[in-house]
Write a new protein. Sequence first.
Length: 206
Amino acid sequence: MDGARASDAEREAVADRLQRAAAEGRLTAEELDERLGVAYAARTRAELEPLTADLPSPAPARGDTPAGPVVDRRGGGRRWIVNVLGGGTQRGRWRAGRRMTVVSILGGGDVDLTEAIFEDDVLDLVFVDVLGGSDLTVPEGVRVESGGFVLLGGGDVELEGPRPSPDAPLVRVRRFGLLGGGDVRTSGARGRRRHGRPGHRPPRLP
């Protein structure tokens, strides 16, 4: 079993545990950097196991979404998402580049940052929508700035949860489009909207 190949999800889980340990003062910056390098290069589970062997077991999950994304400055994040005559959903554990462009032409989909790994404390996200568009879901605990220009279209902004701290990661959303658009919501707001929860109409993007 020790020779089983490690999955991306397993590597990310170890990296997340290491970063939490460093935040608690259990690892130095040098130790964190060294272990993260080994974690991302690991090919088998046996290579991952020693990296957390001297750390306490993680606390049981309570089902709550972490307040804010994990920031890992190693790079390699996604830069483009293109939807033409169709689309899909980008969600789960994935890497978002410091600047990402989402193009939707006669199509669209969802971009979910709830479990995404950020490359920096600021994520610049540009949407270009033509006869289509993509919705954006952000985790609670991040700051959001939105702007842009959409002709004959637009979208809703519905952000809920506790007020982010002034030094929380920032998602800057710019949307430009024609006969298109999309919504920006926190994950909790998205779930309530999906189940038909009535409420006020939030302000529309410019």
